[in-house]
Ligand binder design. Structure first.
Ligand SMILES: Cc1ncc(COP(=O)(O)O)c(C=O)c1O
Length: 403
């Protein structure tokens, strides 16, 4: 089965982990700091705090942003549930905002309206969590302007976009998770992501205060900083000064992450080549009448965590009918040994969000996007022939059925 995504582990990655196993450090040690330094190099952010998962990174970022019980926060309706759950973990209520169905990115118009609505109710959001959907960077400056109008902190969910860039309004090229226009960003190193540590994640920031808070939250809220201690009993002394977590990543994982970090450029270049091959194939012949590759926002160069296509709706077709045809395509590809995936079921459809009263709003963009979306195989270990095989399989299901 050709999956939609998978890790690329090479001999030197294996050697790096084996070498780490022979060292003194298995849990948090010097490799964590080295990996964090590498992440600063890859993103351009001043600080990075590596943690046990992207979800843990989101949770700590929400806490560091000051989200507490009774607060509101805002994120996109088309994302992995963790982008919204982090607000809940911190005691707040997430508000879901509709997306542009062509790009899957948060709609700035809907965001502006939701933030104004929350402000008028006296509950302006504490955080806004834009998602770099599929690997292209959200309009962070647009989001930041809206956030600044109510004093909200912006946490860029860059789980999909390590290695992506965007052109800022001043013409400068910025990296995803550089925090040039946000207070914090989060990354994930799950095996389908650009580089992997098995499980793992990180928060990046340029704010020293947030950095210090994140370091403490990662380890139970404990500090050994002499400048912060209320008293000193001896060299063993530490204090828990806030409620933190055990979200540490290990040296074993960071040894793999460091080895993988050196390959990010090569991995992203390959993802872009594969995307260009798909784009070219889906622009040819009758394909444009049946499928449309996900639109890319204008000012960003994607690092293609995902390659998403959307079915083109036929005249008069309902979303349920589009969704039925997407199901047929999904099944047809699986029969041919190809494992597509759907990213994502809109968060407002999740029963737990409905039960918690967190699914209110209008989401025509998300529903339209969801009905016809399908993620095709995209990972740097694919050969060119894999793309051709997938394109042929899509054609044989959709174009035969269309005729
Ligand atoms: C957009 C987004 N945010 C956050 C996460 C959470 O990352 P992790 O799986 O490392 O906890 C994911 C994971 O797939 C994701 O896709």
């Amino acid at each position: 089965m050709l999956p939609y995504g998978r890790q690329v582990i090479e001999e030197d990655d294996i050697a790096a982990v084996v070498e780490q196993l022979r060292s003194d450090w298995l849990t948090q040690g010097p490799a964590v700091a080295k990996f964090e330094e590498a992440l600063c190099g890859l993103t351009g952010a001043r600080y990075a705090v590596a943690v046990s998962s992207g979800t843990a990174a989101l949770h700590l970022a929400a806490l560091a942003a000051g989200v507490r019980s009774g607060d509101t926060g805002v994120t996109s309706d088309v994302t992995f549930v963790a982008s919204a759950n982090c607000i809940r973990y911190a005691g707040g209520s997430p508000r879901l905002v509709d997306v542009d169905p062509r790009t899957g990115h948060i709609s700035l118009e809907a965001l502006r309206a939701e933030v104004a609505r929350l402000k008028s109710k006296g509950t302006p959001p504490k955080v806004i969590v834009p998602v770099d959907f599929s690997g292209s960077v959200a309009d962070l400056e647009g989001v930041r302007a809206i956030a600044d109008s109510v004093g909200a902190i912006v946490i860029e969910d860059a789980a999909h976009s390590l290695g992506a860039t965007y052109t800022a309004r001043d013409g400068a090229t910025r990296n995803a998770a550089s925090c040039a226009h946000t207070q914090m960003a989060i990354l994930s190193f799950h095996p389908v992501k650009h580089i992997t540590t098995g499980e793992g994640g990180a928060i990046t920031t340029n704010d020293e205060g947030a950095y210090r808070t994140l370091l403490e939250l990662r380890t139970h809220g404990i500090t050994k900083d002499p400048a912060k201690l209320k008293q000193v009993d001896g060299p063993w002394y530490y204090e828990q000064q806030s409620l933190g977590y055990h979200y540490r990543i290990t040296d074993l994982q960071c040894a793999l992450g460091l080895s993988q970090a050196k390959k990010l450029g090569r991995f992203v270049a390959r993802r872009r080549e594969l995307a260009a091959r798909y784009d070219k194939a889906f622009a040819a012949g009758a394909f444009p009448t049946v499928v449309r590759p996900l639109g890319q926002p204008p000012a960003t160069v994607s690092s293609y965590h995902l390659y998403v296509i959307n079915l083109v709706a036929r005249a008069g077709e309902t979303l349920a009918q589009v969704s039925q045809r997407r199901r047929a395509l999904y099944d047809g590809l699986r029969e041919k040994g190809i494992g597509p995936q759907v990213h994502y079921i809109p968060v407002h459809r999740q029963p737990d969000f409905v039960a918690a009263g967190l699914a209110n709003g209008d989401f025509p963009g998300a529903d339209t996007y969801y009905a016809g979306c399908l993620s095709l195989p995209m990972f740097p270990g694919m050969v060119d022939g894999d793309v051709e095989r997938v394109v042929d399989a899509v054609g044989s299901v959709l174009l035969q059925n269309a005729s």
